[in-house]
Design a binder for this molecule. Structure first.
Ligand SMILES: Nc1ncnc2c1ncn2[C@@H]1O[C@H](COP(=O)(O)OP(=O)(O)O)[C@@H](O)[C@H]1O
Ligand SMILES: [Mg+2]
Length: 491
């Protein structure tokens, strides 16, 4: 009797539950792969799928909705797999596409989904960030007002870059675009800037060389390398810059400074064109789909300098683009020129003439970096660009054997010296103090008596003097002049 009383409670609850039970239809969508190949899949079913939704295939791999037709969904594949065939079941994943972000990623080499490629453990994925996010609103932004020093003489003085700027590196292949970007990353050591280097569709040898160079120069410890090499799925190559941007954005949002290099966006545009043509979107100019501009604009608009009330962090972007035979009026280069805040143009003739970095100063501009320059640097560099461009014109003039006045000859001599000063080897960053030292010396005419071949030695001497003097940019100009005069033989 007692035992039955024990059961009475649960039994009563169960009958109650049975009484209340109403059969229900639980709706879940299930789609089906119609065809698969070339890194994309066509899927039927899943009527509620939207662009950028993640698809989970029954074999465990993932895809991303990229195109919506009346009946079929075009998806890009995110994992190479053999298990995916026509007929495989597909469901919509509730999670958007994201990757792990944060300081755990420093020193790591990852793919665009955050999987390690360096043999290390998977990064701590407590903090994740969506690959695609909206760019900061206007009221969240501040003007670019702090300089980002690249350690490259021509850039820091004549084409300055500010934190939060988007500066395009443009030129033919093999002229040193990647070298400039890598030198800039290496120069960020001790400058409180975290870096992301995104390699899109590059050869494996280039990927290995880039990582080795960063590691050997101690730059990997404050950098993350995002790799989607040439043999990776086109979908991953397409996502790589967005992944790199999301990483850098996380640092910017936490009030720090980030620099991201996209090497390169020409390959990225080609991958996007490939995907779009496979998904049968109508081709436009140069067979690129019409929305390639918006893809790149969406990416680069995320680079900015945040307002102080949001921590004052910044995201500087250095996209790289390739030209053919110096043709900057091609579709993708013009798009990027119009999206970015300036460009650094590398010229094949300068490169073969031995002027390296082969930056064409006339065709390069920085639309906002000048505001961020230190007033002292700005003051010294002020007339230099104009003088230099005038010298180049004059020099062209002398090729025709024209007789020159003494004044002109003097400016040509000065111009030749300046050209010699601006030459710089790879991996030889110059501190901003040394740059001010030579500018003061040059502007005061202390280099005028030198022949171009004597310049490198004098520059070295000046660099040693500057380091020994302990002068900073804020010191009086007279003290800089005094320092430059010492040992120049002028006194
Ligand atoms: N400042 C420089 N001084 C000497 N050689 C350079 C300099 N910059 C680049 N190079 C050389 O130019 C070549 C091409 O450089 P790279 O950066 O790979 O070009 P890109 O990325 O434009 O294809 C490399 O062999 C590199 O060593
Ligand atoms: Mg390169």
């Amino acid at each position: 009797m007692d035992e039955r009383a024990d059961y009475a409670g649960p039994l009563a609850r169960q009958t109650e539950w049975i009484d209340r039970y109403r059969p229900q239809v639980r709706i879940s969508e299930q789609g089906c792969v119609v065809s698969v190949g070339d890194g994309i899949a066509w899927v039927s079913g899943l009527p509620s799928a939207a662009i950028d939704d993640v698809l989970a295939f029954a074999d465990g791999s993932l895809g991303l909705v990229f195109d919506l037709n009346v009946e079929l969904i075009g998806a890009i594949l995110l994992q190479s797999t053999d298990g995916l065939t026509a007929g495989t079941a597909v469901t919509l994943s509730p999670n958007p596409l994201s990757l792990p972000v944060g300081d755990d990623l420093l020193g790591r080499v990852i793919d665009p989904l955050g999987n390690p490629l360096d043999g290390g453990p998977p990064p701590d994925s407590n903090r994740r960030r969506r690959l695609e996010t909206a760019s900061p609103a206007i009221i969240e932004r501040d003007f670019v007002h702090q300089p980002l020093y690249t350690g490259i003489k021509v850039i820091d003085t004549l084409i300055p870059i500010g934190r939060g700027q988007r500066q395009l590196l443009i030129g033919d292949e093999g002229l040193g675009r990647s070298s400039l970007a890598l030198d800039t990353v290496i120069n960020q050591r001790g400058q409180q800037t975290l870096c992301v280097y995104v390699l899109i569709g590059q050869k494996r040898s280039t990927v290995v060389d880039t990582i080795a160079l960063l590691r050997d120069n101690g730059a990997l410890e404050y950098s993350t390398v995002v790799v989607a090499e040439a043999s990776a799925l086109p979908g991953l190559q397409h996502l790589a810059p967005f992944a790199g941007c999301a990483l850098a954005e996380c640092w910017m949002r936490s009030g720090r400074h980030a620099l991201v290099v996209y090497d390169d966006l020409s390959t990225h545009a080609k991958t996007y064109r490939e995907l779009s043509l496979l998904l049968r979107r109508p081709p436009g100019r140069e067979a690129y789909p019409g929305d390639i501009f918006s893809v790149h604009a969406r990416l680069l608009e995320r680079a900015t300098c945040l307002d102080a009330h949001l921590g004052g962090g910044s995201l500087t972007a250095l996209p790289i683009v390739e030209t053919r035979l110096g043709e900057i009026a091609a579709y993708i280069p013009t798009n990027l020129i119009s999206i970015t805040d300036g460009q650094i143009y590398l010229d094949a003739e300068l490169f073969s003439a031995g002027f390296r970095p082969a930056i064409d100063i006339g065709k390069s501009v920085s639309r906002i970096g000048g505001r961020a320059q230190h007033p002292r640097i700005k003051q010294e560099a002020g007339r230099m660009k104009l003088d230099y461009l005038q010298f180049l014109e004059l020099e062209l003039f002398t090729r025709f054997g024209a007789r020159l006045e003494a004044e002109m000859e003097k400016s040509i001599r000065r111009g030749r010296v300046l050209r010699e000063i601006l030459k710089q080897e790879r991996l030889a960053p110059v501190t901003i103090e040394c740059e001010l030292a030579w500018m003061v010396a040059f502007n005061d005419g202390l280099f005028d008596a030198l022949t171009p071949s004597e310049v490198p030695q004098r520059l070295q001497q000046l660099a040693r003097q500057t380091q020994g003097s302990g002068l900073t940019l804020d010191d009086e100009r007279e003290r800089w002049t005094g320092m430059a005069r010492q040992g120049s033989g002028a006194e």
